[in-house]
Design a protein around this ligand. Structure first.
Ligand code: HEC
Ligand code: HEC
Ligand code: HEC
Length: 110
């Protein structure tokens, strides 16, 4: 029984250390509507950054392999459903990585 408890504590320590490291590397969430001053009627996309950091390498999204700074694509077009977030960034990866409901409006515009 003691062994199980010790093993449990060790796992807990590793997991919390891992999430602390992640927490230090990027924001937990980003309001992309505010950050890119997007105009329009769709509800703001609150991007779950930490969830992505845990599953995807920084270099898939950031030009700097260590993360942060500019994104791998230039986001210029911000209006309508053909905006660059949809076409160049969020949707292609969700399709490539087979994210469940990755292109469903409500997944991102809650
Ligand atoms: C994978 C995430 C994602 C999905 C899925 C998604 N969007 Fe978006 N959308 C964004 C992001 C990011 C922006 C830009 C930031 C913002 O507006 O909050 C945006 C912006 C928009 C805009 C331009 C801004 C505005 O308010 O008019 C429209 C229109 C839009 N989306 C419609 C849709 C529709 C319709 C769907 C479903 C077919 C959809 N989106 C699905 C991420 C997504
Ligand atoms: C799935 C895509 C994605 C991944 C993976 C990702 N990021 Fe980000 N990151 C973003 C987006 C989108 C923003 C907010 C928009 C912007 O900054 O232009 C952002 C913003 C940031 C910011 C705050 C803004 C800045 O430029 O300083 C930091 C810091 C950051 N990311 C670090 C990281 C680190 C470190 C990793 C890897 C451990 C990582 N990111 C992985 C997409 C991603
Ligand atoms: C480079 C790949 C990549 C890019 C770019 C990317 N995503 Fe994702 N996204 C993923 C993966 C992988 C998942 C599934 C994560 C999981 O299973 O926990 C995901 C899941 C999500 C989810 C669901 C999270 C949940 O709670 O289940 C949302 C919301 C989301 N992404 C929004 C966005 C938005 C908005 C953008 C663009 C600004 C974006 N993603 C760009 C790879 C990406």
């Amino acid at each position: 029984m003691k062994k199980v408890v010790i093993a449990g504590c060790l796992i807990f320590t590793f997991v919390s250390a891992a999430s602390l490291t992640l927490a230090g590397q990027g924001p937990e969430t980003v309001d992309l509507k505010a950050a890119y001053k997007v105009e329009g009627k769709k509800s703001a996309v609150i991007f779950p950054h930490h969830k992505h950091q845990e599953k995807v390498e920084c270099a898939k999204c950031h030009k700097d392999v260590k993360g942060g700074g500019p994104l791998v694509v230039d986001i210029v077009e911000l209006t309508g459903t053909s905006n660059d977030f949809h076409k160049k960034f969020c949707w292609p990866c969700h399709v490539e990585m087979k994210v469940v409901k990755g292109k469903s409006c409500k997944t991102c515009h809650s």
